[in-house]
Write a protein that binds this ligand. Sequence first.
Ligand code: ATP
Length: 252
Amino acid sequence: MSLDIKNISVTFGDQTVLQDLTLPTIHNGEMVALIGRNGAGKSTLLRQMTMLLKQYPEQIQYAHTPLQLNDIGYLPQEHRIHANVTVLELLITTMNIHSTSLIAKQECAELGLLLLQEMGVLHLANKQCMDLSGGESQMVGLAQALINNPKVLLLDEPTSALDMQNQLRLLNFVRAYVERTGACVIMVIHDLNLALQYADNIAVLHQGELFDYGAPNHTVTPELIWDVFNVDAHIVKVENTPIVVMKTQNVH
Ligand SMILES: Nc1ncnc2c1ncn2[C@@H]1O[C@H](COP(=O)(O)OP(=O)(O)OP(=O)(O)O)[C@@H](O)[C@H]1O
């Protein structure tokens, strides 16, 4: 199974945000980190993927057939849940249940609780969604994106509100999900060190186009960081893991 994204163009007024963007095929069980400057069009690509499925399904194909909206799990940027329901109720209503029987609802509740437990956030099950902190809301947003076992997971800055432990929890959970199910993941992320550690491939979006694409070690280089972000950086290795260290003195 594989995900193909082809020839995506987006304009807002006279601003071309994405210009005929095509990504290399994303294979089963692959995590792609989408990086680029603020305003490069990363969120637009994820948002358009869900909209394009309605209008131009041939541009997004999974296993060589048009991807269905039901097959996508999407965690938007700055995810906040304004519904007046508990976290568990939210997960139950998000599930694709085809029965209203009490037994079906009980099964859904058990699945929801299991997912929250596996993600390490079972304590949030009975909290009101509106009372969640920013980071709690982001963890619940991932649970919501995963609850229907999507084939394609689109994550927009999924760790932006999380403390260090939850950043690792969330990314380890996504990694394990991908290995277990063979789903394809596109994840927008600004933290290049997390991208280096978790992604199989890095897609660099710059000025509406795909600037570079490839294995993290080969793609994230001081030259790329300079060309795309105008930042001087070293890449050092700690226990064989590459780490980006920004030189803070000269910001252009
Ligand atoms: N609905 C819209 N109407 C007009 N312009 C838009 C709209 N959505 C996005 N844009 C513009 O498109 C450009 C790309 O926005 P987008 O949110 O995709 O960037 P991004 O790469 O995700 O940025 P960031 O890293 O800051 O989240 C920006 O210049 C933004 O102002």
